[in-house]
Design a protein around this ligand. Structure first.
Ligand code: AHR
Length: 500
């Protein structure tokens, strides 16, 4: 079993974008409260932010963080979360059947983002609210002074405007579960008018219009066509959301989830380009893949409370990730990088506790889930430009996608340092595969290191007691000889090969 690839510096897809390595903090479960914010914690700073989580966020290599939702944002009144904390109201969060004390709001999040050294990506509520409230929040955040909301921010102790650049025009408005869910036509008008007005206040914004919540949505494709036809000139990106999970023990299809992500990105790009042609537009709309991950949506922990139970920060969506999940996350990053010409931003959903690479105990320990590793290493070592590579791989059958190549890979080349990095997954459930790459055009490259994440038991998952016994380790089979790099990749594995 050998999979051959050819790397050539002349064939470039586009730049590696820092924004591909974004994440997401929603007021959901324990993501904010006891996740990033836990004033009683031993590592908490004066603002109540956990120092251990800040450290792990930096180690993860996160670039942007989307906030405050998610489904939450479609019922959110941002004004509840500013001003003296003791005067802030507790509100019902209908999306997750929880209570939010509003201890953390826009100003706290922005303080946290500065400490985490991430770019904020703010979402406005287009579920229960509209143009005016979006403008009010924008004024609070981005206008220097001399108006009601900008002066309110200053009165709340923040003299300089945040000048937040990336804004999401609502969240998943195509989904019937969304508060204030709309038809494509209804949303298209609201998004276009909100975007137009926001630009009147601040022309420097990058606006993300809602695309589809998954490629399985009945409106997928048509939604993007209708929304972009109306909003094209006022927006920069269209969003895409996708979650994958192993269903009915079908590991082979699950490992091939990136086939769906490829199809998703290519379909949305084609639709955006069709609207561009029909509307005689000159600019291109790109994709913000601002929610993606493995998420076992049908498990009990994804079900919100019911009845009169409206808890603060309940345990919700606290998926425990295994090695196979990490391989899928690594392969989805390969798909995002491969499409760097059209995917200009992406957010791993989410950051802490809620379908997250980082886990915490309230007031206690924090640890890395398996999915932390491929994300952190890809963010750290993908550099320069993404190369267009040709792969000739053995194929295996999957129930969901038919025959798929078992090896998937992407390579980056940093022209300044000369470094070449290959990220690869073996999606076979049973067989190892030999990666054999022709390094033509890269004379003299040597192997710096090769790391592989795999385990004989792919269901192994990290816990607070044992987070580190399965991590990426050196792959001693990797070698460079005669202008080729080769490595043996075990079944269900993710690897990074660094050459310089
Ligand atoms: O990330 C969890 C949820 O998934 C988000 O709130 C929503 O946007 C999506 O359906």
């Amino acid at each position: 079993h050998t999979a051959s690839l050819t790397l050539d510096p002349a064939f470039v897809v586009g730049p590696v974008r820092a924004r591909t390595f974004g994440s997401f903090v929603e007021h959901l479960g324990r993501c904010v409260y006891t996740g990033i914010h836990d004033p009683g914690h031993a590592t908490a700073d004066a603002d109540g932010f956990r120092g251990d989580v800040l450290e792990l966020t930096k180690e993860l290599g996160v670039s942007t963080v989307r906030y405050p939702g998610g489904n939450f944002v479609s019922g959110y009144r941002w004004e509840d979360g500013v001003g003296p904390v003791e005067q802030r109201p507790t509100r019902l969060d209908l999306a997750w059947h929880s209570s939010d004390p509003n201890t953390v709001g826009v100003d706290e999040f922005m303080r946290w983002a500065a400490k985490a050294e991430v770019e904020p990506m703010m979402a406005v509520n287009l579920g229960t609210r509209g143009v005016q409230e979006a403008l009010d929040l924008l004024e609070y955040c981005n206008v220097p002074s001399g108006s009601y909301f900008s002066d309110l921010r200053r009165a709340n102790g923040v003299e300089e405007p945040y000048r937040i650049k990336m804004w999401c025009l609502g969240n998943e408005m195509d989904g019937p579960w969304q508060i204030g869910h709309k038809t494509a036509e209804e949303y298209a008008r609201l998004a276009a008018e909100t975007a137009r007005a926001m630009r009147m206040m601040d022309p420097n914004l990058e606006l993300v219009v809602c695309g589809s919540s998954s490629s399985d949505m009945p409106t997928f494709g048509e939604w993007e066509r209708v929304v972009l036809t109306e909003a094209y000139e006022f927006v920069d990106h269209v969003s895409a959301h996708a979650y994958y999970w192993e269903e009915n023990g079908d590991l082979a299809s699950f490992l091939a989830s990136a086939v769906d992500m490829d199809h998703f990105v290519e379909s949305v790009a084609a639709t955006a380009d069709a609207v561009r042609a029909a509307g005689k537009h000159t600019k291109r709309i790109n994709i913000s893949f601002d929610e993606w991950n493995v998420w076992y949506q049908k498990r009990a922990e994804s079900r919100p409370p019911t009845g009169d139970d409206w808890p603060v920060a309940p345990v919700l969506l606290e998926d425990r990730y295994n090695v196979a999940d990490a391989v899928v996350v690594g392969s989805l990053l390969i798909s995002l990088l491969r499409h760097t010409d059209r995917v200009h931003a992406a957010s791993l959903a989410q950051l802490v506790n809620v379908i997250a690479p980082i886990m915490t105990e309230p007031g206690g320990r924090s640890w890395r889930q398996t999915i932390f590793h491929p994300f952190a290493l890809t963010s750290r070592f993908a550099a320069g430009e993404v190369l267009r590579i040709a792969i000739d791989s053995p194929r295996e059958d999957t129930a969901r996608f038919g025959e798929v190549p078992v090896l998937d890979a992407v390579a980056t080349h940093d022209a300044e340092t000369g470094d070449v990095t290959i990220f690869a997954v073996n999606r076979s459930v049973t067989s190892s595969v030999r990666l054999d790459a022709d390094l033509r055009g890269f004379p003299g490259l040597r192997l710096v290191e090769a790391q592989t994440l795999s385990n004989p038991d792919h269901t192994w998952a990290a816990t607070a007691d044992d987070a580190d016994s399965v991590v990426p380790v050196a792959n001693d089979s990797a070698a460079v000889a005669d202008g080729r790099v080769s490595a043996e990749l075990p079944p269900v594995s993710w690897s990074v090969l660094r050459l310089a």
